[in-house]
Design a protein around this ligand. Structure first.
Ligand code: DQA
Length: 146
């Protein structure tokens, strides 16, 4: 099982940005926890972050070519307006789980909308790092025959 975890714009700044929303955990620490859980679940986890929308789109195209089994994505603010990333995700045949550290529905109105809603299996938000870990578990369970 190959699972791709995608982190979008500004998420490399976890640990430094808005600790009231995101705590103090760094992206490297999140990736370490995902790798550890992946081992436990028998899944190969690859993590990728970019602040460039085109780079994230191209990584998604690559996932299609690589026949990735599932994707976990926190696209940051792109979640709320990037039709480009939405359309790239729609190309994939595998299950996609959307995650957010903060509870986006308890924040500003623009964060209540996800343009990915129609192409993802579900959304997990508001649990900090656990949103990612729950997302990884959900991704493994969503893979047919896993
Ligand atoms: C976020 C929520 C988004 O609204 C925000 O733009 C982020 C982080 C989260 O993980 O809670 O950058 O995706």
């Amino acid at each position: 099982m190959k699972i791709l975890v995608l982190h979008g714009i500004n998420l490399n700044m976890f640990g430094k940005r808005d600790p009231a929303q995101y705590g103090t955990v760094t992206l490297a620490e999140i990736d370490q926890q995902l790798q550890a859980l992946g081992q436990e679940l028998g899944a190969q986890v690859e993590c990728f972050q970019s602040n460039f929308e085109g780079a994230l789109c191209e990584r998604i195209h690559q996932a299609h070519a690589d026949k990735i089994d599932a994707v976990v994505i926190n696209a940051g603010a792109w979640t709320h307006y990037s039709y480009g990333i939405r359309d790239a995700l729609a190309i994939l045949k595998c299950p996609i789980i959307e995650v957010h550290m903060s509870n986006v529905h308890a924040r500003e109105a623009f964060r209540h909308v996800s343009v990915f809603s129609e192409v993802v299996r579900g959304q997990i938000c508001g649990f900090g790092v656990d949103s990612y870990l729950l997302g990884l578990r959900a991704a493994v369970r969503a893979i047919p025959s896993a």
